[in-house]
Design a protein around this ligand. Structure first.
Ligand code: ATP
Length: 259
């Protein structure tokens, strides 16, 4: 089944074109890394898939064969509860305890009374601890988020989405604040958990080596256009040089061999 289907999606911020006629399909359970230079549009692409931003052209996005923008707001909310977003800098209030931050991953799936009760008295400490343990953070369960380092906050953000257990995980630079060893271990955990749960995973990464080692499919994005979309083994150093180089995307696309 196709989980994500983007058809000629373009996006502008005011006059600024950010994404230009992006088309891609991602099967349910597939794991994909998006790489590309700063400002290429990687975050904007994820925000589009998360239905946080809306493409310029109607009908450009289908999630699980549904156009989110043709659903009622209630139905769209239900659809969004199937999506988990891992931010580069997770929005965790300093005074919130780590356990509450992780359990918040399921707020969208719980009834209002259940969610409010959980804020007062966390209802599943064992579940939160188990996800934190995968990221070597079990000992931080009752700490306030304000006492965490940037890298620990990133891992709490990952644990929160693992606790949510969504069908689609979208991760924007999820390990940018981690040292190389922790970054490798955390990406491995994320990738393995997505595979074990059958979740679709789309991750933006600046660390190309991590992307190539851990993701079967790589999308190269430059100036809002897909330059290549192929298996990790098919990515060559010449393709990477072009992706991060100074040539215009038009001339690159003409030279790029089909993947
Ligand atoms: N909310 C916004 N309003 C206006 N312009 C924006 C907004 N968000 C992003 N942009 C612009 O859109 C372009 C793409 O930004 P985006 O954050 O998607 O790129 P990126 O590939 O994720 O970059 P990075 O790797 O540096 O995070 C940039 O030129 C950026 O300045």
């Amino acid at each position: 089944m196709i989980a994500v289907d983007l058809h000629q999606a373009s996006l502008r911020f005011g006059e600024l074109p950010v994404l230009a006629e992006i088309s891609l399909q991602v099967r349910a359970g597939e794991r994909v890394a998006v790489i590309g230079p700063s400002g290429a549009g990687k975050t904007s692409l994820l925000r589009l898939l998360a239905t946080e931003l809306r493409a310029d052209s109607p009908g450009a996005l289908r999630l699980w064969q549904q156009d989110p923008w043709l659903l009622s707001s209630r139905q769209r909310q239900r659809l969004r509860s199937r999506i988990g977003m891992i931010w580069q800098a997770p929005p965790l209030p300093d005074s919130q305890r780590v356990i509450t931050a992780v359990l918040a991953g399921r707020l969208g799936q719980w009834s209002l009374p259940k969610a409010l009760l959980s804020l007062l008295r966390p209802r599943d400490p064992a579940g939160a601890r188990a996800e934190l343990a995968r990221l070597s953070l079990a000992d931080k369960l009752y700490q306030p988020c304000g006492a965490l380092s940037g890298g620990q906050r990133q891992r709490v953000g990952i644990a929160r989405v693992l606790y949510q257990d969504p069908d689609l995980m979208l991760a924007d630079e999820p390990v940018s604040a981690l040292d190389p060893v922790l970054a490798e271990a955390s990406i491995l955990t994320l990738q393995q958990q997505a595979a074990a749960r059958g979740s679709t995973l789309i991750t933006n990464l600046h660390a190309v080596d991590l992307a190539l080692r851990h993701f079967p499919r790589i999308i190269g994005l430059r100036q809002g256009r897909i330059l290549f979309d192929c298996a990790a083994e098919a990515v060559t150093s010449a393709m990477l040089a072009e992706l991060y180089g100074n040539e215009s995307p038009g001339s690159l696309a003409e030279q790029m061999p089909p993947c």
